[in-house]
Design a protein around this ligand. Structure first.
Ligand code: ADP
Ligand code: ASP
Ligand code: MG
Length: 589
């Protein structure tokens, strides 16, 4: 018998009438001949209210007790949902995370799922019952209640679908699908019929709150088809699957408004510095993004990165300690910044995407204070006040409001690599364990740094347009945050066009009356590819540590959900590759 998992978010079960509405959807699925597992969130804003209660007592509540508190929200909904189903004449049984057997690690308030026992759910389903599972919660090995992080019911639902080998996982919510960007911010956003796992994963971790990003890690790893749709209508929503909707360079854009930027200024430029810093931050389970390490000048370098604003204080504690230990000059930070990102699998093989985005932002006279790129995303940091305008400019420059030409060829590379991963998934000891697909070395690259770029709107656009018109296709781009009115921009380009890139760069620095470009004609890029690389906060650290232990200095870093790339001197490339292969031997699928 086909099995379907349906998840109802907070707004979809906000009051008893809505609970009944959700129950009717479950009944319809059962009447169509499916076994049904329903996953529910806490009603409406219950979780926020529970957190506020604790915060009235203290601003640093015990995290074990927070989990006991927060998980109570979902426990209310499962009982009401079961009561609703029984009242409508259907057999149902509610189950908490512990009753199901959702085992997690010990990280209270951000726990990861290790395993799910399907026995009790199967028995109930086989007895003709609809199973109502509490989202967002599990138990650790001591039997203590844990929660998976805000928005974690999506992850519960997709994980249950994976464990039960469900035919589909339906995510019922207050929008009728995934849009090209948050439709509450941009009404012109378009609902997409389909989006790839890689794109959704990246968008979700960059601020598209419609799905919890870890739920997409599950979907990708276990090949779960996810259907995001409306609780309040019957319209078809969006399928999250292996293949993208089209080969347009950008599939969607997102804004993360609650970000903070931190910079360690004047750190000694030697192997192990980045490693030491990010290992400490990883220990605190804080996910960093937009990591930019300046090319060192006079033996000193600046390392900047962003974290969610809620993690700012904890990150500052770590950074201040590290700064003192290693003798850096100082720590700087900036609140009220927003990260706007464009994401698309299509940008991997199309050039000109970055300069188009920078141009659109500059036309609004908005200054970009940091830039990072990876294979399938470009992120720009702007001030919070400019966030919505930046998002609108990016959305419109890529024509995201217009329907794209659909792909006729449904199979892509990402689905091929997926099947390989699927075959090996049985080797995972924990369901949320990291999966590494490949580790590669690219020895065809060179690096150019413009150390003194005027820190004014439009500079990145002008620079990369000029470089592109000289026939140079750039790969990684990083712009560090400005100091004394100057920013530093580094990019990589294939060695055979280095000269062209240098000529174009020199023209620019002459016009700006700025310091000469610096370059390294032979660099190598080491790339680790897999699933969930950014949310597993320890991975980047392990890469840095492995390279530092081998006395290899790291230059440019680019992180995304599915890859982390690091540039090193070409002479260290082969050694670095071997070291990384050894380090990750157990996790390569
Ligand atoms: P639920 O309570 O059902 O889990 P959420 O509030 O977590 O619902 O997610 C739904 C919300 O996500 C929508 O109301 C919408 O404002 C927001 N959102 C952000 N980005 C997107 C996007 N790209 N597409 C659709 N909705 C989005
Ligand atoms: N109730 C939890 C929250 O509000 C989990 C969820 O709704 O997904 O974060
Ligand atoms: Mg949600």
């Amino acid at each position: 018998m086909p099995l379907i998992v349906q998840k109802f978010g907070g707004t979809s079960v906000a009051d008893p009438q809505k609970v009944l509405g959700a129950a009717r959807k479950a009944i319809r699925a059962a009447q169509s001949g499916n076994q049904v597992v329903v996953v529910v969130s806490a009603m409406g804003k219950t979780t926020d209210h529970l957190i506020a209660l604790a915060n009235e007592i203290t601003d640093r509540p015990n995290t074990r007790e927070m989990d006991t508190l927060m998980s109570s929200g979902e426990q209310i909904t499962i009982a009401l949902m079961a009561i609703a189903l029984e009242s409508l004449g259907y057999k149902a049984v509610s189950m908490t995370g512990a009753q199901i057997g959702i085992k997690t690690d010990n990280t209270h308030t951000k726990a990861r799922i290790k395993s799910i026992s399907t026995d009790s759910m199967r028995r109930a389903l086989d007895a003709g019952k609809i199973v109502i599972a509490a989202g967002f919660q599990g138990v650790n090995e001591d039997g203590d209640i844990t929660t998976l992080g805000r928005g974690g019911s999506d992850t519960s639902a997709v994980a249950l679908a994976a464990a039960l080998d469900a035919d589909e996982c339906e995510i019922y919510t207050d929008v009728d699908g995934v849009y090209t960007t948050d439709p509450r911010i941009l009404p012109e956003a378009r609902k997409v019929s389909q989006i790839s796992y890689d794109e959704m994963l990246e968008l979700a971790s960059l601020g598209a709150g419609v799905m919890h990003s870890r739920s997409i890690e599950f979907a990708k790893k276990f090949g779960v088809t996810v259907h995001v749709r409306s609780s309040f209508s019957d319209s078809v929503g969006t399928l999250i699957v292996a293949t993208p909707e089209s080969d347009a360079p950008v599939a969607g854009c997102a804004v993360a408004k609650n970000e903070a930027r931190l910079t360690l200024v004047g750190a000694p430029d030697k192997p192990g510095i980045a490693m030491g810093l990010f290992s400490r931050i990883a220990e605190a389970k804080i996910a960093t993004d937009m990591i930019v390490q300046n090319v060192g000048l006079e033996g000193r370098t600046d390392i900047s990165f962003t974290v969610p604003a809620t993690d700012l204080l904890a990150t500052l504690d770590v950074l201040n300690l590290v700064s003192e230990e290693i003798g850096a000059e100082r720590v700087e930070y900036q609140e009220k910044v927003a990260k706007v990102s464009a994401v698309g699998l299509g940008m991997e093989n199309q050039s000109g995407v970055a300069e188009k985005m920078f141009r659109a932002i500059s036309e609004k006279k908005i200054n970009i204070s940091m830039i990072t790129t990876s294979e399938i995303k470009i992120s720009a940091l702007v001030s919070l006040d400019d966030a919505s305008q930046t998002l609108r400019a990016v959305h419109s420059t890529f024509g995201l409001q217009n329907a794209p030409v659909k792909l006729n060829q449904p199979e892509t590379l990402s689905s091929q690599s997926l099947s390989k991963v699927e075959l090996n998934i049985a080797r995972l000891s924990g369901m949320e364990d990291i999966v590494i697909e490949s580790i590669n070395l690219d020895r065809r690259q060179s690096r150019i740094t413009l150390p003194e770029v005027p820190d004014t709107p439009g500079i990145a656009a002008e620079m990369f347009e000029r470089i592109a018109s000289a026939g140079v296709i750039v790969d990684m781009i990083v712009q560090s945050c400005g100091r004394d009115g100057k920013a530093m921009i580094t990019f990589t380009a294939p060695r055979n066009i280095l000269q062209k890139a240098l000529d174009a760069s020199r023209k620019l620095t002459n016009e700006w009356n700025a310091a000469e470009p610096q370059f390294n004609p032979e660099i190598a890029i080491l790339t680790v590819r897999g699933t969930g690389l950014r949310s597993h906060t320890g991975l980047a650290y392990r890469m840095f540590k492995t390279l530092a232990d081998g006395d290899i200095n790291v230059n440019v870093i680019s992180t995304s959900e599915r890859s982390i790339s690091i540039t090193v001197n070409d002479s260290c490339g082969e050694k670095g590759l071997q070291l990384l292969k050894n380090e990750f031997a157990a996790e390569i699928m």
